[in-house]
Design a protein around this ligand. Sequence first.
Ligand code: NAD
Length: 356
Amino acid sequence: MLSSAPDPSDKALVPFVSVANMMRLVHHLGLDAVIRSLTGHIEEDFRRWERFDKTPRVASHSPVGVIELMPTSDGEAYGFKYVNGHPRNTRAGLQTVTAFGLLADVATGYPVLLTEMTLLTALRTAAMSALAARHLAPEGARTMAMIGNGAQAEFQSRAMQALVGIDTVRLWDIDGAATEKCARNLAGSGLAIVRCTSAQDAVEGADIITTCTADKQYATILSDNMVGAGVHINAIGGDCPGKTELAPAILGRASIFVEYPEQTRIEGEIQQLDPDHPVTELWQVFAGAAPGRRSASEITLFDSVGFAIEDFSALRFVQQAIRGTPFFEPLDLLADPDDPRDLYGMLARAGGAAAA
Ligand code: NAD
């Protein structure tokens, strides 16, 4: 128990985790421990998949990006994330992806947590990648190609190191400054870092290929000839209609694993395929109801788009992790009149005289 922990028992005050406090929490627990714990929460929630209300996220598109709401509930708690995706933002010094989220008690409808989710999204996306790779990557995978060295890249690398045991990352980005930033941040992590000259160079000898680029178009980050037998592809960046990273021919050769097909068919790499192309739902793999990798020569693909249950799991993780810590502030978010029906009176008394 850390000193000066705020009292979370006052139902009208909502615990709020700022970016600064999220960073303190991660340093307090340790990055590997956070990723492991997130992985545990996600796996647990995916195993009780049928208990959740599920819907593809609600997306509002513009020519330069997307703003999305990602809700779900297990009947006891309700969560949602607000998240954007604006690939051109970095040119203006802004993040491509920012997010915040909320957890609420279904019994009362009262929010019980409000938190930043920009860092949390990077952490949960990395945890989800590593969890999928644990079931899909070839045995003894040690080398990962990391294509796209932006905000997510170090988190992806560290999660694959902690959970899958990779010891080498081969970095490639069309912007050399991003690769330098990534290499600098990963120095001292224990990972061997190789700066590559192209995507083709990066995939050389890689057991896992992670694509995590941001561009609102049908891009070809990996062409068919770059993907050899036995590789696991962790495709993160194609997560919107009209935004993909893989040549369609790769999809024809791969066993494809997805989060929630109804959303992935709209947003993922498989938007390039017929709507009835077979895919395996990862919750079934985690629950032991469907196989993961079946042979050493199989090409496996996690067509990641990011699903609401992963954010729900991340919110649950934060709710538990901040207990007994000073890493949140009580937020005066909810009106709390002494008589619940005297909302007007509360307002009037606050003004001292007539209500507004
Ligand atoms: P970012 O803008 O910080 O980094 C993207 C990097 O990709 C940049 O450094 C850019 O130079 C590089 N890039 C662009 N085109 C490239 C190409 N053709 N080859 C090599 N590199 C290229 O973005 P980010 O926050 O790291 O996110 C990356 C992508 O992942 C985004 O598209 C985002 O929407 C997506 N994302 C997905 C999930 C998920 O759950 N699947 C979660 C978070 C982010």
